[in-house]
Design a protein around this ligand. Structure first.
Ligand SMILES: NC(=O)c1ccc[n+]([C@@H]2O[C@H](COP(=O)([O-])OP(=O)(O)OC[C@H]3O[C@@H](n4cnc5c(N)ncnc54)[C@H](O)[C@@H]3O)[C@@H](O)[C@H]2O)c1
Length: 366
């Protein structure tokens, strides 16, 4: 089993936990990217620990906490009792001023770093997953250091630069733990679709002249991102993910705009993305591309998370510590090294794992 801890019991946590039980109950592998990574299937994932700060969630049984407001992933499966009570965390900058009614902090005392690290060890957590709101710069660093102190692997799903910073890669290496990140991609989310289209333009001899990706949604993730001061790393992570498909990524960064663009409450967890590319093609003649993508935002992230958790455990089992760039590249928007194509990133992951005789099934590139 892979024993997972979660920081931030929001909508992704709800979808992720329910998805594991869905796959357990149905015995199906439909919709998964990889059925097996090494010896681990999705049914080998077990969430054993959870931290939040909201008074709606802290102190609740995990299977109840995931349905507390403002979470809005519907009840998709019957969850058995988990025996896990959501633990109070450290608020720091996790709760923006305009989000206090959505994430009202509990009055329980906040734990120290040492207490949380001890908790993680006592709960036998293998991998801690960071699902804090965008803009949680201090809180993300705090929990990353908790994981490092406990010698527990860490997956950073949000656009704070942790795995892509040498300092943290070295820290986790010293603590013999694995680090993946930053900013999780979606299974068929706006970033991977936008990247594939931008890459296609340059692969066919064209040039991207300008491009934008506008995203709207109706959950707390989008509401939280109304505060511009929390968005600097989000915009950079998303725009660079697309610009990095181009021959000169930093030059292309001036031509690409990608970010969250609005909170529309009735959309709930549905995310709508509009992708536009103006390119020049043969003889410099113009080509324009407009795509609308509609997805369940939380399912998109959870599909990647069930892979990332298994990959982190496989790497840790092999004694691969710190943040190997090739491990994060297929799954994160801002990995330690920029990659031009997702096929190449996946191919490199397969090749590296083959060197360690780790089987992945199915494989999409040879
Ligand atoms: N497709 C996607 O959904 C996607 C893709 C990439 C990145 N992300 C990022 O993943 C993160 C999680 O997304 P979500 O939709 O589950 O968010 P959410 O808003 O539903 O949940 C955030 C949770 O964090 C809790 N929290 C706030 N401060 C905390 C603290 N200091 N300590 C512990 N818990 C705290 C809140 O109470 C809430 O339960 C967001 O940053 C989001 O932008 C999501």
């Amino acid at each position: 089993m892979i024993r997972v801890g979660i920081v931030g019991v929001g909508n992704i946590a709800s979808m992720f936990i329910q998805s594991i039980h869905h796959y357990r109950a149905t015995g199906s592998n439909k919709g998964l990217i990889h059925h097996r990574i090494g010896r681990y299937g999705v049914r080998d994932i077990d969430v054993v620990y959870a931290i939040d700060v909201s008074k709606y969630k802290v102190g609740k049984e995990l299977r109840e906490a995931i349905f507390q407001p403002p979470n809005q992933v519907p009840k998709l499966v019957d969850l058995p009792p988990t025996g896990i009570t959501v633990r109070m965390g450290k608020v720091l900058d996790g709760v923006a001023e305009h989000m206090v009614d959505d994430f009202p902090p509990s009055h329980l005392p906040e734990p120290s770093m040492e207490e949380l690290a001890r908790d993680l060890r006592d709960s036998g957590v293998d991998v801690l997953v960071n699902l804090l709101p965008v803009g949680s710069s201090k809180a993300t660093r705090f929990y990353a250091e908790v994981a490092a102190m406990a010698g527990v692997s860490f997956i950073n799903c949000i656009p704070e630069f942790i795995a892509s910073e040498d300092r943290y890669s070295k820290l986790f290496e010293e603590r013999r733990a694995t680090l993946l990140g930053d900013d999780i991609k979606g299974q068929l989310g706006a970033t991977i679709v936008h990247r594939a289209l931008a890459r296609l333009v340059s692969m066919r001899g064209g040039e991207v002249i300008e491009s934008y990706q506008l995203n709207v949604g109706g959950n707390t993730d989008f509401k939280n991102m109304l505060e511009q001061s929390r968005l600097h790393s989000k915009k950079l992570s998303k725009s660079l993910a697309v610009a990095s498909t181009q021959p000169d990524p930093y030059d292309a960064l001036n031509k690409v705009f990608a970010g969250p663009n609005g909170f529309i409450p009735f959309l709930g967890n549905t995310k709508v993305s509009y992708i536009y590319i103006k390119a020049s093609g043969f003889m410099g003649l113009p080509v324009t591309l407009d795509v609308k993508l509609t997805v369940d935002d939380k399912a998109m992230a959870s599909a990647i998370l069930v892979d990332a958790v298994r990959l982190a455990k496989v790497l840790n089992d092999l004694g691969i510590y710190g943040a190997p760039p090739w491990a994060s590249a297929p799954y994160f928007k801002h990995p330690p090294n920029l990659v031009k194509s997702d096929e190449e990133a996946l191919e490199e992951l397969y090749l590296r794992l083959e060197e360690y005789r780790v089987e992945v099934d199915p494989k999409y590139v040879i």
